[in-house]
Ligand binder design. Structure first.
Ligand SMILES: [Zn+2]
Length: 239
């Protein structure tokens, strides 16, 4: 049996170069669901916004028949998170720098390099978190409903990708969350941190926040000047 698939836009990133920009024909013997065939071609289901046949949406459980043709669409920027509150994330063990960036932008992001794939998928499902990963196989797990495969290996580029894909500018609250612990920061009086920040910083800043878990002190403004430049670029790019 044969079926044809036409993929669009960012879904090409999962296909070998020779298969992009044109329909892909698949041969199969036993009855298969559309999910099985799409993922066998390399495209993880969480990045698919919808599948259409003859202009009508089909569910993932659709049993593919001989000669059918499917059009498979990615999410447009912001579509993958249509809710009225900030998205929450869980990231795989290779994404430590990206995790710190997301937390510094205010996003609740779980991360532990010791977590294995079943645990990551289970956590994403149980807490309705977006799974961020460099592992396409992990995204294909049935449990995973929302997720994104990082194209880049560079943390700053990864942040740009995530910010654009999920339109994060709407939700960002820079310097409201600890980069190390993911805890929301609490305001502390300036006097309380006199001996905990460099003297120059203490003299030139009036507002300080502290992580209730690890005690680290943050100050909005020039805490990490380089990061702020990066955030501005990223957020402008995703608005
Ligand atoms: Zn902390």
């Amino acid at each position: 049996m044969q079926a044809r698939f036409v993929f669009y836009g960012s879904l090409w990133d999962f296909l070998p170069k020779a298969r992009r920009h044109r329909p892909v024909t698949v041969e199969f013997r036993a009855p298969q669901t559309v999910k099985h065939l799409v993922e066998a071609l390399g495209v993880p289901h969480p990045e698919v916004a919808r599948i259409e046949k003859d202009g009508q949406p089909v569910p993932w459980s659709h049993q593919v028949q001989e000669g059918e043709e499917f059009h498979v669409y990615p999410f447009l920027p912001g579509e993958a998170w249509p809710y009225a509150h900030a998205p929450r994330f869980v990231a795989d063990g290779h994404l430590g720098r990206l995790v710190a960036y997301l937390r510094l932008l205010g996003f609740d992001t779980l991360y532990d390099p010791d977590w294995d794939d079943p645990h990551l998928a289970q956590l994403a499902a149980a807490e309705e978190r977006i799974l961020l990963t460099r592992d396409q196989g992990l995204l294909k797990r049935n449990q995973v409903k929302m997720g994104y495969w990082l194209r880049s290996l560079q943390p700053a580029k990864q942040l740009e990708e995530v910010a654009r894909y999920f339109a994060l500018a709407r939700w960002a609250r820079p310097f409201h969350r600890c980069a190390r612990c993911n805890e929301p920061l609490v305001d502390v009086p300036r006097e309380a941190v006199a001996d905990q920040v460099p003297p120059y910083i203490w003299r030139t800043h009036t507002r300080f926040r502290r992580c209730p878990a690890c005690g680290r002190v943050y100050w909005p403004g020039s805490h990490v000047a380089r990061l702020q430049v990066l955030f501005r670029q990223v957020l402008e790019g995703s608005s």
